[in-house]
Unconditional design. Structure first.
Length: 289
């Protein structure tokens, strides 16, 4: 069986095998995502629209901004409650400040592009980038770099950034397509309401991994992918039986599957099954369809 495995799926499996079972074996996601996940979803879509307009208009910033606002209007039109409208309002204020903060000199090459790298005959790494650009000025002119957007509570620390594995995987994979990629950028936007200084709302951090680190990180992706491949080729019942729970305060506290998982631990299988059937829907993320 040949499968495509992303960085996100690998991280999910490494975090908690049981979470991976719910999300990728059963293919489920909550019917309604949490407030903070929805901020990320709306924010990413608006930035996607903003930069896609740049791709189509040769980076006309006025046209890019209007496209982003049109996208926000669409979200406002389908808002279900006050919480949805609060998210639209938050993203609207951030995008306006974002456009005024960054006068980028790069040229947009690709938005939400999908790329693959074959790891073995049975395993392929799959990725969907947020943004790929080419610098048009300064010392990095002519170089491509890949950008990952993050809507966050706090910016990543230098130590956290140093262990980022997603951007190096993107860089390594894009090089296989002939792109001159040496750097990645984490484009961070804080959603905290108590931050009043505009300078503390945005931060761009660059990552330039060595070739040795790229090889090491792709090797780690291969290792976890082999473990995932073993699981997904099992019957679902055996997949469930062999999937360990992390039982970690940090992991379980924010897990989208905490309730049914907890009920199964208490032996309330029927109630857990009912919750999975009623409160969850088919997962729209992934590469296995």
């Amino acid at each position: 069986m040949t499968i495509v495995i992303s960085n996100s799926e690998g991280e999910t499996f490494s975090t908690c095998e049981r979470m991976h079972y719910y999300k990728f074996a059963l293919g489920l996601q909550p019917r309604r995502a949490s407030h903070f996940i929805r901020i990320g979803v709306v924010g990413h879509k608006v930035l996607e629209t903003y930069y896609r307009a740049g791709l189509e208009t040769n980076s006309n910033r006025g046209e890019m901004y209007l496209a982003a606002m049109d996208e926000l209007t669409r979200f406002a039109d389908i808002a279900k409650d006050e919480d949805d409208m609060a998210i639209v309002s938050l993203i609207s204020s951030r995008i306006q400040l974002y456009v005024n903060t960054y006068k980028d000199t790069f040229r947009v090459i690709d938005v939400e592009g999908k790329y693959h790298k074959k790891l073995t005959d049975e395993i392929t790494y799959g990725m969907t980038l947020d943004l790929l650009v080419e610098e048009t000025a300064g010392p990095y002119r002519g170089q491509h770099f890949v950008i990952d957007h993050k809507f966050c509570y706090n910016f990543q620390t230098p130590d956290e950034l140093s262990m980022n594995s997603q951007l190096p995987k993107y860089i390594d994979t894009l090089r296989g397509y002939g792109f001159n990629v040496k750097r990645g950028m984490l484009n961070q936007i804080r959603y905290r309401g108590d931050i009043k200084e505009e300078s503390k709302l945005f931060k761009r951090q660059y990552l330039k991994p060595s070739d040795i680190r790229l090889m090491g990180i792709m090797d780690e992706q291969l290792k976890v992918s082999k473990e995932i491949h073993k699981r997904v080729t099992m019957p679902v019942a055996l997949y469930r039986e062999t999937s360990r729970r992390s039982m970690s305060k940090r992991n379980c506290g924010s897990c989208q599957f905490r309730l049914p998982c907890s009920m199964e631990l208490d032996g309330n299988e029927q109630q857990a099954t009912s919750i999975l059937a009623n409160d969850y829907i088919a997962n729209t993320y992934g590469y296995r369809g």
